[in-house]
Write a protein that binds this ligand. Structure first.
Ligand SMILES: *[C@@H]1O[C@H](CO)[C@@H](O)[C@H](O)[C@H]1NC(C)=O
Ligand SMILES: *[C@@H]1O[C@H](CO)[C@@H](O)[C@H](O)[C@H]1NC(C)=O
Ligand SMILES: *[C@@H]1O[C@H](CO)[C@@H](O)[C@H](O)[C@H]1NC(C)=O
Ligand SMILES: [Cu+2]
Length: 173
């Protein structure tokens, strides 16, 4: 009974983990800055619909333009701009399954490496499956009675001592 519950909780956690949206800080601890390689950063992660990108930088030193591919390639942000951000702590929810292209539009920054794209995938329950089959075979074996008895005895022993202490306290009153 107790083990079944724990197993259910475990399964729930596995499923929640698969379903929960993620927050990705662009550039990780380096943030959105010159000198980081955002191409390799973006290839380290999988992005799903519902995830959030956070761009952290000193306001006024950089900005974030979501652009079309041609603009990402040319690094000329005078056309092909879909959205702009400049707060220094920009939270962008990835709410479509599509490619997102980002550049910094400060002179020279895009050409210097402040650009990347990500391919955001539909949040998909098949992404969860690989973890679940591995976790299922492990829990079923536990019901050998020895384990359950041990658990019960531990609990009973504990109850016994708690009762004893409670009784002792009562006697002293
Ligand atoms: C990204 O997804 C691929 C294919 O589903 C998987 O092999 C890879 O481990 C995932 N990477 C991360 C960081 O989750
Ligand atoms: C960017 O594109 C605009 C319009 O296409 C052009 O006028 C401008 O000269 C370009 N800037 C650079 C730095 O190439
Ligand atoms: C779920 O992911 C698989 C491959 O990972 C893909 O083929 C399928 O189209 C996705 N389903 C949806 C609804 O996007
Ligand atoms: Cu910049």
């Amino acid at each position: 009974m107790g083990e079944a519950k724990i197993f259910l909780m475990f399964l729930t956690m596995v499923f929640l983990k698969g379903a929960v949206s993620e927050v990705h800080t662009v550039g990780d601890e380096l943030g959105w800055n010159t000198g980081a390689n955002f191409g390799s950063w973006s290839r380290e992660y999988n992005f799903s619909v519902g995830d959030t990108l956070v761009f952290k930088y000193l306001k006024g030193q950089h900005n974030v333009y979501e652009v079309i591919e041609a603009t990402y390639r040319s690094c000329n942000g005078s056309t092909g701009v879909l959205a702009t951000y400049e707060s220094g702590n920009d939270q962008i929810e990835l709410n479509k399954a599509k490619k997102y292209w980002f550049i910094c539009n400060f002179a020279g920054h895009c050409l210097g490496g402040m650009r990347f794209f990500i391919d955001v995938k539909e949040a998909n329950s098949t992404n969860i499956r690989p973890t679940t089959p591995q976790s299922e075979p492990i829990p079923p074996p536990p019901p050998p009675p020895a384990n359950s008895c041990a658990a019960i005895y531990v609990f009973d022993g504990w109850s016994f001592w708690v009762s004893l202490v409670a009784f002792g306290v009562l006697l002293q009153l």
